[in-house]
Design a protein. Structure first.
Length: 411
């Protein structure tokens, strides 16, 4: 995988430059009632490790049991943790202060502990977050239902090692680029936060209804609900403007993304009534517990994309503005109410039936106030589009810098 190594660099197998410790595969985890306020050990799962680093608020197991604590997989400062099963290749650099005496990783992860002096943890961490590394990892993943990297393959991973001064330069340049990306993401998040606060200011809490708005069932404000259709598709995104069916991920984060689609098989006649159009309001009737009820307004779409049977199209009467309804149904408090009317256990794929959705009650402010709010949303969304383009430019630049860095072109 690693080719054309620059002068002065060398390539080493990971096993020759580090200790690699597999996670503990024991299943006798402590119970919730065994948790302690002090002197305890934190047991990390793969949910605690993402591309952003460690997340100490996800599912954790905590114990004061010495036998548990002394088993393998103990984390030390400056260790790198990599996920080896499921979502493979996420890396986290452990260098922060945390209120735990001991941290131990469980199965599905491995600790990488650098053992040579001319390789910095920060450089390895930067390399492991690069496009080059992720392309490398994709070639050694085994398993389809449960992707994984074996410890043997992990040990044989090749790591480029530049001179120390160049390692520091690469880390510094890419850290600056990463910081610019994070600031841009924070800016976009602030626009979202502004719209949420504006909604509450104009309409109040959608459950408590402090402003005394009328309450209507959706069937009173909708002309109808269009159900989608799911023909056999290829397991790939469509090419050009070939016929395609939206995936549920097209409504992720309550934002419409037409790139999330699957290409239809050529000999299937599309159902024109299910064609997605600009101005549609789409609603995910079935998904995971946290994503069921996702809702997105279609500002702009591509040609020849169709609604699947897991997505509804909500067609409104003149008494409701679609953009207002989009933001109403996307409100975090309302989402909890929507999950409560879904059939099916949280561990499965809950489904919101058309009957229950039509009986779902919402607050209905005056149409003038809805339209006023919609204009604010449109203005902010226009700004966000431009800022998103800046983010995409920064990410492209960062990707280019990573490629140059590991070709030795950053001096």
């Amino acid at each position: 995988m690693i080719k054309n190594i620059p002068d002065g660099w060398r390539v080493e197998k990971l096993v020759n430059i580090s200790s690699i410790l597999d996670g503990d595969r024991g299943k006798n985890y402590p119970k919730q009632e065994d948790f302690s306020d002090n002197g305890y050990c934190l047991f990390l799962t793969t949910k605690n490790v993402s591309k952003k680093g460690f997340n100490f608020t996800s599912t954790q197991f905590i114990s004061k049991n010495k036998d548990e604590i002394l088993r393998k997989g103990r984390l030390e400062r400056n260790d790198l943790v990599i996920t080896t099963r499921g979502t493979v290749g996420n890396i986290a650099f452990f260098n922060q202060n945390v209120p735990f005496d001991i941290i131990r990783i469980n199965s599905g992860m491995a600790i990488i502990r650098i053992t040579i002096k001319d390789l910095t943890y920060s450089f390895v961490n930067t390399y492991f977050r690069s496009n080059i590394f992720y392309r490398y990892v994709s070639e050694i993943i085994s398993g389809s239902a449960q992707p994984q990297i074996t410890i043997t393959k992990l040990k044989n991973l090749l790591i480029p090692i530049p001179p120390l001064q160049q390692q520091k330069k690469i880390v510094k340049v890419l850290d600056i680029s990463s910081a610019l990306i994070e600031k841009q993401k924070e800016l976009l998040a602030k626009y979202d936060l502004f719209l949420k606060s504006k909604f509450i200011k104009m309409f109040g809490d959608p459950v408590l209804n402090p402003m005394g708005w009328e309450v209507e069932k959706l069937k009173e404000i909708l002309l109808n609900i269009d159900s989608g259709w799911s023909p056999v598709c290829q397991n790939k995104r469509r090419k050009n403007t070939n016929n395609g069916i939206l995936k549920l991920s097209a409504l992720s984060n309550d934002v419409y993304n037409y790139l999330e689609n699957k290409e239809m098989i050529d000999d299937i006649e599309p159902k024109i009534n299910n064609l997605v159009s600009d101005g549609d309001l789409l609603f995910s009737r079935k998904n995971t517990y946290m994503l069921v009820g996702s809702c997105a307004y279609v500002y702009q779409t591509e040609d020849n994309l169709f609604i699947p049977d897991l997505i509804f199209r909500l067609n409104t009467k003149d008494t409701v503005n679609k953009i207002f309804l989009w933001k109403y149904l996307s409100n975090e408090i309302v989402k909890v109410q929507l999950r409560n009317i879904a059939n099916g256990a949280a561990a499965s794929m809950p489904n919101i039936s058309k009957t229950k959705l039509l009986d779902f009650k919402i607050l209905l402010p005056t149409i003038d106030l809805q339209n006023k709010f919609a204009k604010i949303v449109e203005k902010i969304e226009t700004i966000k589009t431009k800022e998103t383009q800046k983010l995409e430019h920064l990410e492209t630049l960062h990707s280019s810098l990573m490629d140059k860095a590991f070709r030795g072109e950053i001096q």
